[in-house]
Design a protein around this ligand. Structure first.
Ligand code: MN
Length: 148
């Protein structure tokens, strides 16, 4: 999920994510971001820092405080590039940080890295997957017997 107020950046980020096989959802008004995140349950939140209404830093803090959303990895994208700003972004709870103008390669690498690390972490979803495997387990021979 992308939270960004600039239409050109939304297009760029969506195109990049789609090109890497992801399904991007864009939110232009940060006041809608928490509700949107609950609806989409995104694998990753990419947020601009300079946003009207709810700033990117506040949004990161709100997500980290939210019981349902706290574990979603967050990547910040911002025009600010001083080390002090980066510290503030990381302190708020973002795991990654890419500065604008973005490097297409660095952006894609940061996305894949965050998705990989959250996939490696033990989550409830992993348990659900193994349950499904168990249900699918019995071979087709047994299932076919009833119909003949
Ligand atoms: Mn902006």
């Amino acid at each position: 999920m992308i939270v960004e107020d600039n239409a050109l950046n939304i297009k760029l980020f969506c195109d990049l994510l789609a090109a890497h096989g992801h399904e991007p959802e864009a939110v232009t008004d940060s006041r809608n971001a928490l509700d949107a995140a609950r609806n989409f349950s995104p694998d990753l939140v990419i947020t601009d820092i300079q946003l009207p209404h709810v700033s990117g830093l506040d949004l990161i803090r709100l997500i980290r405080k939210d019981e349902e959303l706290a574990r979603i990895p967050i990547m910040a994208v911002t025009a600010y590039s001083t080390s002090e700003d980066e510290e503030r972004i990381r302190a708020a709870g973002a795991q990654a940080y890419v500065s604008k103008p973005i490097s297409v390669v660095r952006f894609a690498e940061a996305v894949e890295k965050l998705l990989e690390s959250s996939r490696d972490a033990p989550t409830d979803e992993v348990l659900d997957d193994s349950t499904n495997e168990f249900i699918d387990g019995p071979g087709p021979g047994e299932a076919g017997g009833e119909e003949s």
